[in-house]
Design a protein around this ligand. Structure first.
Ligand code: PMP
Length: 305
């Protein structure tokens, strides 16, 4: 990804893509103490629009607060940086990666002697779990890796180091021929995917795990709102893996994964083993919202002008 044309916002300036580098003794590279976001902009009839930008920026700052990391920029500056990189790179739709990390001033477990540095990069990125996955659903495996305990790493922070757990789970699932992993919490209840929240549908009702050890997903929140508008009952509760096995429908949500149906968990087909009708309706509404085709939800869009 390093060798390409374009610009990355780096500590307040747009720098050439190839020059957006850091030293090998960068603190966060060694210990994973950093925070980041995943944000998307979609092509709309009024040009590119960033979906729920303010909510993502707010979560970035909440993550930093949880880790005790002081960001040297204001939320307004970070949000503006997103607009700047879309324009500088002339993007119509893209995925953004804002990240704050400790620099290379000093190594050792105490990071405080280091400056906090911030980047915002953006590039075109298609369906994270594949176009076919969006239509037909994906195959998922319950992970042998447990999702973080709430008092080991901070589950509400979208922190770099937390993703070692996600990568272990995803690698295991994909090496076994599945598309994604489902992680259980320390008590054995369903937590989330390696980079997604999960919903199931049973007898016309929607269920999703509470957020004890899952990330507070912005797509999850969007789906909660869509469900309300569809008049669907939504129950937030602890969910067991066999409730997923016996669900009528299941799907993952995430900025990267969008709304991706799950057609199989641990070799058991979910419902008819394809995208279910409620999932399809939620997915349709989600894409209409992010693509600026739903006037009711325009307040979630930040147009790039
Ligand atoms: N859980 C995890 C572990 C994630 O990495 C993500 C992606 N940020 C999500 C859930 C979904 O969050 P969002 O909808 O805000 O992208």
């Amino acid at each position: 990804m390093a060798d390409r044309d374009g610009y990355i916002w780096y500590d307040g300036k747009l720098v050439d893509w190839r020059d957006a580098t850091t030293h090998v003794l960068t603190h966060t590279l060694h210990y994973g103490m950093g925070v980041f976001e995943g944000v998307r902009a979609y092509e709309t009839p009024k040009g590119p629009a960033i979906f729920r930008l303010q909510d993502h920026t707010e979560r970035l700052f909440r993550s930093a607060k949880i880790l005790g990391m002081a960001l040297p920029f204001s939320p307004e500056q970070i949000s503006q940086a997103h607009l700047d990189v879309v324009k500088a790179n002339d993007l119509k739709s893209c995925y953004f990666r804002p990240m704050a990390f400790y620099g290379s001033g000093k190594l050792g477990v105490a990071p405080m002697k280091n400056d906090v540095q911030v980047i915002v990069a953006a590039w075109p990125w298609g369906a994270y779990l594949g176009e076919e996955g969006l239509e037909k659903g994906i195959r998922v495996k319950t992970s042998s890796f447990t999702r973080h305990h709430v008092n080991i790493t901070m589950c509400k922070a979208k922190a770099n180091g937390n993703y070692m757990n996600s990568i272990l789970a995803n690698n295991e699932a994909t090496a076994d021929g599945y598309d994604e992993a489902l992680l259980l919490d320390v008590d054995g209840f369903v937590a989330e995917g390696s980079g997604e929240n999960i919903f199931i549908v049973r007898k016309g009702k929607l269920y999703t795990p509470d957020l004890t050890s899952a990330l507070e997903g912005i797509t999850r929140d969007t789906v909660v709102q869509i469900a309300k508008e569809m008049g669907l009952e939504l129950i937030e509760k602890r969910i067991t893996r066999d409730e997923v096995y016996s669900a009528d429908e299941a799907f993952f949500t995430g900025t990267a994964a969008e709304v991706t149906p799950i057609r199989e968990l641990d070799r058991r087909p979910i419902g008819a083993g394809s995208r279910g009708p409620i999932t399809a309706e939620i997915q349709k509404r989600y894409f209409n919202i992010v693509k600026g085709l739903d006037a009711e939800h325009e307040h979630w869009l930040t147009y790039v002008k």
